[in-house]
Design a protein around this ligand. Structure first.
Ligand SMILES: C[S@@+](CC[C@H](N)C(=O)[O-])C[C@H]1O[C@@H](n2cnc3c(N)ncnc32)[C@H](O)[C@@H]1O
Length: 332
């Protein structure tokens, strides 16, 4: 098999540095009293090497690739429970649509047939949860996914660059063998504890769909740059169409990063709606520390992660801004 295809099918991105090992993650590892570090997707063994450095005397690794000299196991199909072990792993990532786009779907079809989710890393989590304890480095998009999170003790967003060969935004999850409520699951960004998962879930913005708002409309009166630029002074923002440095005639039905929004309102109200939307967005980002906005590849120049505003949240913000601009309006 060609090396590039193999890298895509098996998700062979190795973890070359230890930015994931924050103090609270280390405390969690110690609190489990596990004596064996276990990586069911062991790859080049970097995570097991890190485990040895923090004091594990026994390690156990599996991989599907015979060339890597681990015991062979298809860990996306099942992972044996190992007594007194903690899983420390970085599983393969591969989205269903991306496998199809890269023409490698046939090789991974068997996983998607048993995976309720859109990416094999979620199947990997499901299999790893067979063990009592674990640490997993996974895509940050996990936070906003529907995957049930009751077994987690914490989620940590890591803004540093973890891999040499991919810019995929990642987080680290720690899980144990107890079911918890979301209010007892801690969310960190790097070393800082931000709050509970329950708090963030309550902050989610859902649109009422009670006013007419159309995205990607050439007739729109409000432009939205829905993604942070690498310049911290130019974040996601709502503006007049003539203010955006982009040719809006290029907007397509599928545009997800820059859009023009059409609303049913008088010309005089537009400026107010733009201002209120930006104020609401600023407040939302501050209160949620950006946790609820999708991560976007690559960081800003100041090292913070770039974010994308999805159109459901954007719609909810525009609805609230509309109400603020029309305090007496009757909404349908
Ligand atoms: C992202 S790499 C992680 C490697 C290692 N944890 C590290 O950080 O160095 C994923 C590894 O999982 C292996 N892999 C992919 N699919 C697998 C499967 N179904 N069962 C077991 N290993 C698999 C790949 O060969 C690759 O070595």
């Amino acid at each position: 098999m060609n090396a590039i295809i193999k890298k895509q099918i098996l998700g062979q991105f190795f973890t070359k540095n230890n930015f994931w090992l924050k103090n609270h993650v280390l405390d969690f590892i110690k609190s489990t009293k596990a004596t064996i570090a276990f990586d069911p997707f062991a790859g080049s063994g970097d995570l097991l090497k890190a485990a040895k450095e923090i004091g594990f005397k026994k390690i156990k690794g599996f991989d599907i690739d015979e060339l890597l000299n681990w015991e062979i196991n298809d860990s996306l199909l099942s992972i044996p429970k190992i007594k007194n072990s903690i899983i420390i792993t970085n599983p393969p990532y591969l989205a269903n649509y991306s496998a199809k786009r890269k023409n490698i779907y046939d090789s991974v079809k068997k996983y998607f047939e048993i995976c309720k989710y859109g990416d094999v890393y979620q199947l990997a989590i499901e299999q790893c949860l067979n063990n009592d304890f674990g640490i997993m480095i996974i895509p940050e998009t996990f936070i906003n996914s529907k995957f049930p999170k009751h077994r987690l003790a914490s989620i940590t967003i890591i803004e540093d660059q973890l891999f040499n060969d991919t810019e995929n935004p990642v987080c680290v999850i720690c899980f144990d063998n107890k079911n918890k409520t979301y209010n007892n699951i801690k969310v960190y960004k790097n070393d800082k504890l931000l709050g509970s998962l329950g708090y963030f879930e309550k902050m989610r913005q859902t649109p009422q769909k009670n006013i007419y708002i159309k995205f990607n409309s050439p007739k729109g009166q409000i432009a939205l740059r829905a993604v942070d630029t690498t310049n911290p002074a130019k974040p996601i923002s709502f503006m007049k169409p003539e203010e955006i440095d982009y040719d809006l005639s290029d907007i397509k039905q599928s545009s997800r990063l820059i859009t023009v929004v059409e609303m049913n309102t008088k010309k005089e109200a537009i400026e107010k709606i733009i201002k209120f939307s930006n104020d609401l967005l600023f407040d939302f980002r501050k209160k949620t520390n950006d946790i609820l906005l999708s991560p976007f590849k690559g960081n800003k120049k100041n090292g913070e992660r770039r974010r994308r505003l999805d159109y459901l949240t954007a719609r909810a913000i525009l609805e609230n801004a509309y109400e603020m601009a029309h305090p007496n309006a009757k909404l349908f």
